[in-house]
Design a protein around this ligand. Structure first.
Ligand SMILES: *Cc1c(COP(=O)(O)O)cnc(C)c1O
Length: 228
């Protein structure tokens, strides 16, 4: 067993527990996703043995390889940008998609899922800081896009929203981002009461994210180690 991984897992678990306690939230309401992109199959297996069974991947081919080589009860989250030529692989393997942000992709996924005879839980990725280069739809378009997904693509089960706030911002801007997210999330859940999942937080900001109401935190390097 990889001692370091075990130690990092214990450390992260303890921090999650403390953050939940501070926010007066139940730990059961915060799902840890180990982001395994660019990590080896061995690392996934070791983490699984420690009791981690939600993993996040960014690349469809890597997801395909890992699914085939790891235990069948792992829950796979696709969290990266979705290219249209990779939709079939994602439809085949993913249990969750966090990065839905285009109607064209929603349609292709829905069609591919029809062929697979599967359904996938989806989150809409929102570009909260309006960054030009960043994936995600604009805040103003969230409700319309969600209604569209909800009505027209029966194989996509809409569950909530995903955010990836800017990394290098000032403390004040970070707090503002988190406030904007909490506010958008609450408007969203009013409209779509069944869609209360909030995917927010990475190695850098998962404790603040738990305070802001995150229900899924996506942790890569601080849990699984440096990516190769
Ligand atoms: C890579 C990645 C993460 C994990 O980032 P770390 O800094 O390694 O914790 C989380 N979310 C998304 C969308 C990612 O691409």
């Amino acid at each position: 067993m990889h001692e370091k991984l075990k130690d990092r897992f214990a450390d992260i678990s303890q921090k999650i527990q403390a953050a939940c306690h501070k926010a007066q939230r139940s730990e059961k309401d915060v799902q840890l996703i180990a982001v395994s992109k660019l990590q080896s199959i061995e690392v996934v297996k070791e983490a699984y043995i420690l009791g981690i069974n939600h993993f996040g991947e960014n690349y469809a081919q890597e997801l395909d390889k890992k699914v085939l080589a790891t235990p069948k009860d792992i829950i796979w989250h696709f969290i990266g940008p979705i290219q249209s030529n990779k939709v079939k692989l994602i439809a085949k393997h993913a249990h969750w998609i966090h990065s839905l942000d285009r109607e064209k992709i929603a349609k292709k996924l829905n069609d591919a899922l029809e062929i697979e005879g599967r359904k996938i839980k989806v989150l809409i990725q929102v570009n909260i800081d309006q960054e030009k280069s960043k994936s995600g739809i604009n805040t103003n378009d969230v409700i319309d896009f969600a209604s569209n997904v909800d009505m027209n693509f029966p194989n996509l089960i809409l569950k909530g929203l995903m955010f990836m706030p800017k990394i290098n911002q000032s403390k004040k801007d970070k707090i503002d981002s988190m406030k904007n997210i909490t506010s958008l999330q609450s408007t969203f859940v009013n409209k779509f009461p069944a869609c209360n999942v909030l995917s927010l937080g990475t190695s850098n900001d998962f404790e603040e994210s738990i305070r802001a109401g995150s229900t899924m935190i996506r942790i890569g390097e601080s849990l699984l180690g440096k990516r190769s």
